[in-house]
Design a protein around this ligand. Structure first.
Ligand code: UDP
Length: 415
């Protein structure tokens, strides 16, 4: 079975047909994606599937990775922090390393980039490549995966100089868009339903995961999966749990976060969470390895309610993941959680531990309501947040850019 056919079983034949129709309009066009790493991080994970899928749809797709040295990555890490709001200037010597690295990479990539019909540049690392491709034929898109809602202005002003030359840009949410002289497309993130984190699991395996982590079977469990970060409000989750436990004494809480970390703040938050838990035997605080995808998948499946009580959230993939497992999500009324949790339908939006507790208690007392909301949550993800939707939107954007000058575009793929 081809990769694309394996998605038909999950996303539906009609979704795949639609992709094929769009693919027909784009047959043979040369597309190049450029980022700065082939493994690790969300962008690489997305491209890993996106590139072969577009290839199966008839596009001539390449994925190129730029190379840099320590100074280059130091600079781009600082970009990342500054664009997400950290006020820290970047030295001229780092900026020079950044620009020179792009010039050097362009030496090798220029023939491919200038020939391409569409170039998609991911994040700030390869952004200046366009300046080194004066004879480019195609359209260039900047795909920014970063939360740009409150950037540190001097750094954004510097990067914006490179972004203005693009034909279009893509942001994940309306809140992240910035004034730019071209059309900005909003394409939310997505999950891969066939990845280890999200694929269907054997029932026995799911059941067994409770045993592995010493979680009682057949009594309710609330779960929050997230880094130990104050913005994710793990302490607020424990406070909510305590309030619910007064009414549901057998309730258990699982907080699953990253394993040993060199992030000093992560350690401090982990200590705060342990202090708040105060040795309660019904609270499990798990530190998982970064590649514990199947374990997280099983925990999400065995949970009764998934929490994501963030006070700030870019998108919140843990919300999407929980909903995909058929769980209603009680989520903080913040950022991208609002796109996913449709209050009273796919879950509840809350602002306080008391609010979270009220909703959790409501759901635990009404199992049929809990299951109904869980079903709606899964369907909502199927319709809106699978990677097949992400590809459809990319292809639609490419059709718009390539055929934009024409009076009529036959979207059913006939010419
Ligand atoms: N995650 C993980 N292990 C952990 C904590 C989180 O694999 O210990 C995963 C989680 O399943 C999700 C991603 O990391 O896929 C977190 O994305 P999200 O958008 O929820 O939050 P971020 O950490 O990017 O703020």
């Amino acid at each position: 079975m081809s990769l694309i056919e394996s998605y038909a079983a999950v996303a539906g034949e009609d979704v795949i047909d639609h992709l094929r129709q769009l693919g027909n309009l784009l047959k043979g066009i040369k597309v190049v994606h450029v980022n700065s790493t082939r493994v690790g991080g969300g962008v690489a994970e997305i491209l890993d599937k996106l590139v072969p899928l577009k290839g199966e749809l008839g596009l001539d797709v390449r994925w190129e990775v730029i190379q840099g040295d320590g100074k280059f990555y130091e600079c781009t890490k600082k970009f990342h922090n500054a664009l997400q709001g950290k006020s820290s200037p970047i030295s001229d010597s780092l900026l020079t390393a950044y620009e020179n690295t792009n010039v050097q990479n362009a030496e090798e990539l220029r023939p491919i980039l200038e020939e391409a019909d569409i170039v998609v540049i991911h994040d700030p690392q390869p952004l200046p490549l366009l300046k080194s491709c004066p004879n480019r034929k195609g359209k260039w898109i900047w795909r920014c995966h970063i939360d740009l809602s409150h950037p540190y202005r001097p750094v954004w002003k510097y990067l914006r100089k490179f972004a203005v030359d693009y034909d279009a840009s893509i942001f994940s949410l309306a809140d992240f868009a910035q004034p730019l002289p071209h059309t900005q497309y909003l394409i939310p993130p997505s999950i891969d339903p066939l990845s280890d984190k999200n694929k269907d699991l054997d029932e026995d395996f799911v059941k067994n995961i409770r045993q592995v982590f010493n979680i009682r079977q057949d009594t309710p469990m609330m779960l929050q999966v997230s880094r130990f970060d104050r913005f994710k409000d793990p302490v607020g989750v424990i406070q909510a749990y305590r309030l619910v436990k007064k009414f549901a004494p057998s309730l258990q809480l699982v907080l699953a976060g990253g394993g040993a970390t060199d992030d000093p703040e992560g350690e401090a938050v982990f200590a705060e969470v342990n202090a708040e838990a105060g040795g309660d035997p019904d609270i499990r605080i798990l530190r998982l390895d970064p590649d514990a995808h199947v374990i997280i998948n099983a925990l999400q499946r065995t949970a009764d309610i998934v929490m994501q009580k963030s006070v700030r959230e870019g998108f919140g993939l843990t919300v999407t993941e929980g909903m995909w497992k058929g769980k209603p999500v009680i989520g903080g009324n913040a950022g991208g959680i609002r796109l996913q949790v449709i209050n009273h339908h796919t879950g509840f939006l809350v602002s306080t531990p008391e609010g979270a507790a009220l909703r959790a208690r409501y759901l635990l007392q009404r199992p049929e309501k809990l299951h109904e909301m869980g079903r709606k949550a899964k369907e909502f993800v199927r319709q809106n947040f699978l990677n097949t939707r992400n590809i459809r939107e990319y292809l639609t954007l490419m059709v718009a850019l390539i055929y934009g000058g024409e009076d009529r575009i036959e979207l059913n793929g006939r010419s």
